[in-house]
Design a protein around this ligand. Sequence first.
Ligand code: AFP
Length: 308
Amino acid sequence: MPKRHVQKGLWNHLMHKGVDFGLASIIYEVAVASKYIVHAMRTGDLGLAGTSNLYGEEQLALDVLANEIIKDRLDHTGRVKSFASEELDDILIFERKGHKDYSVVVDPLDGSSLVDVNLAVGTIVGIFKGENLLQPGKNLVGAMYIVYGPRTTLVYSAGNGVYEFTLNSLGEYVLTQEEITLKDSNKIYSPGGLKKDYTEKHAKFIDFLEENGYKLRYSGGFVPDINQILLKRGGLFTYPALKNSPNGKLRLLFELNPMAFIIENAGGMASTGKERILEINPEKLDQRAPIYIGSKEEVQLAQKFLNE
Ligand code: AFP
């Protein structure tokens, strides 16, 4: 009798890998929440919600909805004490009784402005032990993201490798790639920001990449752009310091730290160009930072250009 290939589900994988039960519960609940977000994206109202988030941008209804879905499910795990979201102005403390050993930072729907042009978007999650979530990303105990694209996929790391799961037609996340590891170099790059706003040193770095045959791959969505670099096993994403915004655009807590945790666990690097992203001591929730993230050689090359 040929051995039936049993695809490994997310929960069985997390238990098999010895991921702490509380941390596994959080990862699993975000996975469940993502199914409702997929449903809302395919059927929901894409109009403006009329409220604005931390950054004063108009919120699409989907942003608000995605935040509510994830917040409620994490609260119900009884495992989360502090919750911070790109869509909320302040940290939320969950009052529910439970073993609330963790804190979570979330970008519920990053790239939401891309939904109405049917481009891939994503959810980004970082998980800390304890109730303090204003701490350097090196203290993360887990991070994950969901890509809402042609396929819905989930990538996570709990410090012991990087794994991809794919949502199947039965609504299960099944393991599709394991121990994902970046090559030291790969010739694709994602250049955020406008050329006219580049600093001289960054402009020289981008020119070097172009002159040396690096293929430009940029969707405008941080999650699919990082996911491409991870699954192509290397390359570089950058959203740099710009002339009129020295801290770039992307948010340290909600976007950069979780992705830096995942990319470093896949053997890559993540730097502001001057320092390791995961070392930054955040002073405020909406702190931004420049970023160069991906294969070691490309990140180190960026650091060389920026510190000449
Ligand atoms: P939105 O969430 O406002 O769509 O921004 C997406 C994002 O934060 C990140 O996902 C992209 O990498 C980056 O902005 C794209 O920024 P530009 O539109 O300036 O290229």
